[in-house]
Design a protein. Structure first.
Length: 151
């Protein structure tokens, strides 16, 4: 079986759980040994080979400090990516600090401005959540670039 693990972090977490489970059953192994066991269980010769295979599968991700633009609740914005966390292959939780606050309310008599956005975006740079008119809550693009989220 080849790896269904998508990140090195997932593989390390699996090794940590394995080490804990083995310890609970009276067998002590080092962290390095647990990493090797995980690699073997997923069909790889050793830990380094598993890491190399996972690394080839890693899509490019957003990096903190990167300039971004897009639409949030149908309002255009420019901002800076403050944080990104990979959830699973192609899906990221992002936090964006907006250059100018965006009004997220459509009523003329009421206003609610947001300066920071947190959302989960998929491989296309869009959220899976949609507004009542069918548009994604967030459409994210690289600033100065017409392409969506890098792959």
């Amino acid at each position: 079986m080849k790896s269904c693990l998508t990140t090195v972090g997932e593989a390390k977490a699996l090794a940590k759980r394995l080490r804990t489970d083995l310890k609970d059953h009276g067998r002590s192994v080092t962290h390095a040994q647990a990493l090797e066991i995980v690699a073997h269980q997923h069909g790889y010769r050793d830990w380094n080979t598993l890491c190399a295979a996972i690394g080839r599968n890693e899509p490019h991700t957003w990096t903190p400090g990167q300039r971004v633009c897009g639409n949030y609740l149908s309002r255009p914005f420019n901002g800076t990516l403050v944080a990104s966390q990979r959830l699973r292959r192609g899906w990221l939780r992002v936090m964006i600090d907006l250059d100018e606050p965006v009004d997220v309310v459509t009523f003329a008599s009421f206003s609610n401005r947001r300066k920071r956005i947190r959302a989960t975006v998929g491989p296309d740079g869009y959220t899976s959540e949609h507004t009542s008119n069918g548009l994604p809550h967030l459409k994210l693009e690289v600033k100065g670039n017409s392409k969506k989220m890098p792959r």
